[in-house]
Design a protein around this ligand. Structure first.
Ligand SMILES: *[C@@H]1O[C@H](CO)[C@@H](O)[C@H](O)[C@H]1NC(C)=O
Ligand SMILES: *[C@@H]1O[C@H](CO)[C@@H](O)[C@H](O)[C@H]1NC(C)=O
Length: 445
């Protein structure tokens, strides 16, 4: 009798608990919508999303451990309350570009407020087959068209108050994450992984976004770990490991007339290992862009055998596809490098080539202590008069017009070949149509 009573008490208590938590956050397990391991969960996810997004209280979609397949997924807000998507399993993209129907991305979250993407799961872009056809895309200066288009793994468009935490993005066909037109988005404890030779697999690319934080994140990939397109504001990259990859980049900027200013970038306590560049800002010469780039701060950074560890290049002109007749009109100011230490993979540790038309202002080097083959790395500067404090290399004059063009050590390296630097960079510039565009730039001219 006693036993029966206590069981019924426990049952009603559990029932109460279930209701209580449901009222606070409805949990929508993917299995409820017909999703299970080894099957395609595109439809199940879409149904779960529709229910979660319509919920008047916070809702959570859960994809438990297991391996799932998923096709093109595009979910949209606005939703009635915050939505969390917790992925503990591995979700695989279709390996062929064609199966994503020429879409910009595999998974798109659009116009959503208060979205959390969490869990210990993996978004596996299965990019290997797509990378093989990539040389064609490079020649076309685009990430392919139609069914050849290589998809970004996860695209956040016009999102507000987004948190991405715990998850892994692996082997994307193109960028891993793209952030466009977002306000307040944080990546915390995320892992991004792809082979170093995988083309254009940037870790996190952003543009036209305000308040982007990337912390406690490990990025090893085939292109930039983090890259900032035009209109990036208040961006923080902290406690991040980058490598392999092409480093942490601002730009390229200036190619198009209606780009937006870039302001407020802090890179702090980061380690870069064997990357093709360290921290970098690059703008095109002889282009109509007239924006300003200001408040760029790089501090407490360890370089492990990094090529071009500190590089500002306002004569960025890969493939000689532009003229250097006229200087870049992009004004750089308040750019500081502080406590940068470690080993350089190039003789030049610091390269600061500013525009002859609008020289840089407020550049500071404070304790920049880099070695190349055991000797202090050198510095090359032009059209800039940096304030140097603490230990830092003496700024030599620029021997050549371009840091990448004729600097012996840089061009001697096969991996610094212009092929790696061309189309993918321009590709990242958002659409010329303007800030409100939710589409990434489709084609290059
Ligand atoms: C930014 O977004 C996070 C995550 O959704 C949220 O917790 C935080 O309150 C937001 N910050 C502001 C200033 O709105
Ligand atoms: C610096 O970043 C590393 C992760 O790369 C982290 O373990 C460490 O705690 C951070 N240090 C500080 C002072 O935040």
């Amino acid at each position: 009798m006693m036993k029966k009573l206590s069981i019924s008490i426990i049952i009603s208590f559990l029932y109460f608990l279930a209701n209580f938590s449901a009222a606070h956050s409805a949990v929508l397990d993917i299995s409820k919508f017909g999703g299970s391991p080894n099957v395609d969960i595109t439809k199940a996810f879409t149904s779960a999303w529709n229910e979660a997004c319509a919920s008047i209280s916070a809702a959570k979609i859960v994809i438990p451990s297991g391996t799932y397949k998923m096709g093109l997924l595009e979910v949209k807000g606005p939703c009635k309350a915050p939505v969390e998507v917790q992925v503990d399993g591995t979700i695989q993209a279709p390996p062929n570009n064609a199966d994503l129907k020429g879409a910009e991305q595999w998974i798109r979250f659009d116009s959503i407020e208060s979205l959390t993407l969490s869990g210990k799961g993996v978004f596996d872009g299965q990019g290997a087959a797509a990378w093989k056809g990539a040389s064609i895309a490079w020649k076309d200066k685009s990430h392919g068209t139609g069914s050849d288009k290589r998809a970004i793994n996860i695209y956040f468009a016009a999102c507000t108050n987004t948190l991405v935490t715990g998850i892994t993005s692996k082997d994307s066909k193109y960028f891993h994450f793209n952030v466009l037109g977002c306000n307040n988005i944080t990546f915390d404890g995320v892992t991004i992984i792809a082979p170093d030779e995988s083309p254009n697999t940037d870790g996190i690319h952003m543009g036209r976004s305000n308040g982007v934080t990337i912390t406690n994140t490990n990025i090893g990939t085939g292109d930039d770990c983090v890259s900032l397109g035009d209109g990036s504001k208040k961006v923080t990259v902290q406690n991040v490991n980058c490598g392999p990859g092409h480093g942490i980049s601002v730009g390229s900027l200036g190619k198009y007339p209606n780009e937006e200013n870039v302001e407020g970038f802090l890179v702090k306590n980061c380690t870069l290992t064997k990357t093709e560049n360290g921290v970098r800002i690059k703008t095109w010469p002889d282009t109509p862009g007239k924006i300003t780039v200001t408040d760029m701060h790089f501090e407490d950074i360890t370089m492990n055998n990094v090529m071009n560890p500190v590089i500002v290049d306002q004569e960025y002109c890969p493939w000689n596809q532009c003229s250097k007749k006229n200087p870049s009109q992009i004004k750089l100011s308040k750019v500081t490098f502080k406590n940068i230490k470690g080993t350089s993979g190039t003789a030049e540790g610091v390269t600061i080539i500013c525009s002859s038309g609008v020289p840089c202002d407020g550049v500071e080097l404070n304790n920049v202590d880099l070695t190349f083959n055991g000797a202090p790395a050198t510095a090359k500067c032009s059209h800039v008069n940096p304030l140097v404090t603490g230990k830092a290399p003496v700024c030599g004059a620029s021997a050549s017009a371009s840091p990448s063009g004729s600097s012996g050590s840089a061009s001697a390296s096969p991996s610094a070949s212009p092929a790696q630097e061309s189309a993918p960079k321009e590709e990242k510039l958002p659409s010329k149509k303007g800030a409100s565009s939710k589409e990434e730039k489709e084609d290059d001219d």
